[in-house]
Structure formats: structure tokens, C-alpha cells
Design a protein around this ligand. Structure first.
Ligand code: AMP
Length: 273
């Protein structure tokens, strides 16, 4: 197709008014001159999915997720993503959450957290096309890390930035320096994609329970009792996992996609060879 005809095609794409310019149909010779009223002139190619204005709007229904409100509007092609360390649940943590639920039964509806983890980035919004490039960049930035140990400390109260949810989290006592280095590297990756960094003053933790709204004051008032219970549990069940060996990071992208990023196990094998 000649350059002139390509330009004509572009000019007519999205133009409702008919004209007698030379516009080729799909299998029509570019030399054929179309007449006024020719149907092919008015037939436009359908816009690609992502550009259509008439696409069905997504409506958020907080009832479907325990009243939680989204931090950002759901939009097709945008994937909520974050990097984290997965943590295995254990019985003592369940016991602690049951204790907290009972303690707060008259005041707040405290819910246990599922999928325990330590966040290393905020939840960022990623366009589909940036998923693979970002994952590759992260892999590059974190590949020099070896596996390390974290030890759990005391319970603290956290609120999300919008102050629509409050969390009870067990802060990481040991392993902070490595976590901070990881976060600095992850922040560099995110900045390459114009995505926001983690907190200036990170407090690495495993959220074990949450409730709706800003309940920081009321939960902080019962922290001494909660931490006393935690100390009892640590003493009674020393065999439970009060520490964790971090061997890899995960990147959660949307609901479905999870990619392994850091394989310290693999690096260790390389070094021992
Ligand atoms: P997470 O369980 O990692 O999602 O964390 C629970 C909440 O803690 C998040 O909504 C964060 O906004 C909040 N948070 C508040 N301050 C901090 C901090 N200094 N470091 C990490 N998370 C924080």
C-alpha cells in the first residue's frame, strides 16, 4: 500500500462524514476509486477493546468484600500489584486472633487476615503491558539477595493511608536491615515505572487481623493485653514459627497472577558448587 493511501486510511478512520477520497476496502485494490454512498466508506473498523467507550463499567460492591472500600477505582487493564514475603499461618497466631476477637467483641468486629504476608511495596496500579517488564526489572534488582531470617516481635496497630481500615500486625524484630535493602531496591524498580515507593519509615509487619474504619485509638488502648497474650503464647508454644526463613519474594498481580522473584535457594546451590 502506498504511503499516500495509508495516510488516507488513517484520515478516514473515525470520520463519520462520507467523502469521495480514495479509500480501499479490506480486499479491494487500492487503485479502485470508491463512489459516494458506497457502504465500505461508512464502515469503520471496530476500535480495539481497551479504547471502546461503551465498555461495561465495573461497579464496586463493598458487600462482596466485608465492606472494604477500594483505594483506587477498578479499571479494565489496570492490575493491582504488590511485592511481598508469604508467611505460613500457625496455630498460635490463630489463638492470638481468637483472643483479640473476644477482647473486642462488644466494640469492634475484628476479622482474621487470610494469606499472611510481609508487604515490601505498596499496592500499585499496573497497566497490563508493564507486567512483564516490571517483573524482569525486579528480578534483576533482587537477584543478589541471599535467604535470611526474620524474627517476630510485638503487636502494633496500623491504619491504611485512607484510614478506612485498621490492622493489627506483628512487627518484624530481626531482619529489618535486609528488608530495608530489599525495599530500597524495589523502590528503584518502581520509580523506573513511575510507581510510588514504600513508606519513608517502613514498619515491616505481618497483619493478623483487621477491622473497618479508623480504630487506631481504641485498639492501641488494648495493646498491652494483646502483647501479654502474645508473650504467653511464645512461651507456651516455642515450637511454633516465631521466626521465618525468607527464601523468595512473590509479586501478586491482580487476582490471579503470582510470580516468584527471588530464588535464594537457587543461588545457594550455585555458590556451593
Ligand atoms: P499490610 O498488611 O502490609 O497491607 O499493611 C497494613 C497497613 O499498614 C497498610 O494499609 C499500610 O498502609 C499500613 N501502614 C501504615 N504505616 C505503615 C508503615 N510505616 N509501614 C508499613 N505499613 C504501614
Amino acid at each position: 500500500m502506498s504511503g499516500k493511501n495509508s495516510l488516507n486510511l488513517l484520515k478516514n478512520y473515525g470520520n463519520d462524514s462520507s467523502s469521495d477520497e480514495e479509500v480501499p476496502g479490506p480486499r479491494v485494490s487500492t487503485k479502485r476509486c470508491l463512489k459516494d454512498g458506497d457502504n465500505a466508506l461508512n464502515k469503520r473498523l471496530p476500535l480495539p477493546e481497551g479504547f471502546r467507550k461503551d465498555r461495561i463499567e465495573y461497579r464496586d460492591d463493598p458487600e462482596l468484600h466485608d465492606g472494604r472500600i477500594r483505594s483506587f477505582a477498578h479499571e479494565r487493564g489496570n492490575w493491582a500489584s504488590f511485592v511481598y514475603i508469604p508467611i505460613t499461618e500457625h496455630v498460635s497466631l490463630e489463638r492470638l486472633v481468637s483472643y483479640i476477637k473476644e477482647l473486642m467483641v462488644d466494640n469492634i468486629d475484628v476479622k482474621p487476615m487470610s494469606d499472611l504476608h510481609i508487604s515490601l511495596t505498596k499496592t500499585v496500579v499496573l497497566r497490563y503491558i508493564w507486567i512483564n517488564p516490571l517483573v524482569k526489572t525486579i528480578q534483576n534488582y533482587v537477584k543478589c539477595f541471599k535467604k535470611f531470617v526474620i524474627v517476630l516481635g510485638a503487636v502494633k496497630v496500623y491504619c491504611n493511608e485512607e484510614r478506612t481500615r485498621t490492622f493489627l500486625g506483628i512487627e518484624v524484630k530481626s531482619g529489618y536491615d535486609t528488608l530495608l535493602k530489599l525495599v530500597n531496591n524495589l523502590d528503584k524498580c518502581l520509580s523506573e515505572f513511575n510507581l510510588p515507593p514504600f513508606y519513608q519509615d517502613p514498619s515491616f509487619h505481618i497483619s493478623i487481623a483487621w477491622c473497618l474504619g479508623d480504630q487506631q485509638n481504641i485498639l492501641e488502648s488494648v495493646l498491652p493485653q494483646i502483647n501479654e497474650k502474645l508473650d504467653d503464647l511464645k512461651e507456651c508454644y516455642p515450637e511454633d514459627q516465631w521466626y521465618s526463613v525468607v527464601e523468595y519474594l512473590l509479586c501478586k498481580i491482580g487476582k490471579i497472577q503470582t510470580k516468584e522473584l527471588l530464588c535464594a535457594r537457587h543461588r545457594e546451590t550455585e555458590q556451593t558448587r
